[in-house]
Structure formats: C-alpha cells, structure tokens
Design a binder for this molecule. Sequence first.
Ligand SMILES: COc1ccc(S(=O)(=O)[C@H](CC(=O)O)C(F)F)cc1
Ligand SMILES: [Zn+2]
Ligand SMILES: [Zn+2]
Length: 159
Amino acid sequence: HIQGTRWNKNVITYSIGRYTRDLPRSTVNSLIESAFSIWARASSLTFVRSNTRKADIMVEFVTYEHGDLYPFDGARGTLAHAFGPGPGVGGDTHFDDDEHWTMGGTGFNLLVVAAHEFGHALGLKHSRNPESLMYPNYKPSPSANLLSREDIANINALY
Ligand SMILES: COc1ccc(S(=O)(=O)[C@H](CC(=O)O)C(F)F)cc1
Ligand SMILES: [Zn+2]
Ligand SMILES: [Zn+2]
C-alpha cells in the first residue's frame, strides 16, 4: 500500500460511508469511535468525525472490487486494509463486508480490526511482537488493553 510517513497535523478527521448490515449503525459508529480513541489516549492525536467526503480518513464496508487496486476476497482471508497517511485515498480504511463483523464471540471483532487498521492509517507498520495490536495476524481474544507498550512507543515516535 501507499505508505505515507505520517499526518502533518494532530487533529485528524474521519467519516463513515457505506455500513455493514452485521451491526446496527449506532454500534458501528461507537466501535469506530472507540478504535480511534484507543490511539488518541496513547498519543497527542485527536480524531473528529465529519460527514463530508473531504475527511482525512474515509471508513467504508465494501466487497470484492471497490474502486482501488486491492479488491477484497470474500469471506475470511483479507479482513480489511488501510492506506498510509496522505491526501485523497491516504488514510482511507476499508472493511471486507463479506466477513461477519461482531462485538465479540463468533465472527471478527470490529473494534480490534479497526484499531489495527487505524494504526496503518496513522503510518504504523506491522510488529513482530505477538502481544502487539500491530501484529499481522488477527487474534480472537486480544489482551485487555489492546495496545502494547511497543504500540504506544511506536505511535509516539511518529507523532
Ligand atoms: C488485528 O487486526 C488485523 C489483523 C489482520 C488483518 S488482515 O488479515 O486483513 C491483513 C491486513 C492488515 O494487516 O491490515 C491481511 F494482510 F490482509 C486485519 C486486521
Ligand atoms: Zn480498498
Ligand atoms: Zn496490518
């Protein structure tokens, strides 16, 4: 993916486009807000929801071919992807709506996947530490405080 280095501002806007039908919209809104607040609490960053398409980070639930060079693959496999910081598509975060999105239990935990993707949208790469949120593989039961010391150090090294 286009890996920008970092946003050159501390207030970052996001908007939510197409939703999933797996969860109520209000639930998706609060899970997305919680995923951003995980990074906000660990850094000097602030996230503000806007309803314009001019937001820095556009969040969408899409399937297969959806207008960028990275079509999704149906159920399982790739769960989501995010572009690194930058103008236009930069920061945009897409969730594969052929996955079953949940708040826990069966399916994939939207909070955990969103927090990981937003790490990429902020400029973070993967970590080799299995305790880290930025570890490449999805784990159904992440550690309680999603971010590891390494994640916190990495976001503060960048901003
Ligand atoms: C813990 O959060 C995630 C883990 C793994 C994924 S993924 O399996 O969709 C991954 C994409 C990614 O690392 O963001 C794969 F390369 F497609 C997404 C979120
Ligand atoms: Zn995409
Ligand atoms: Zn990743």
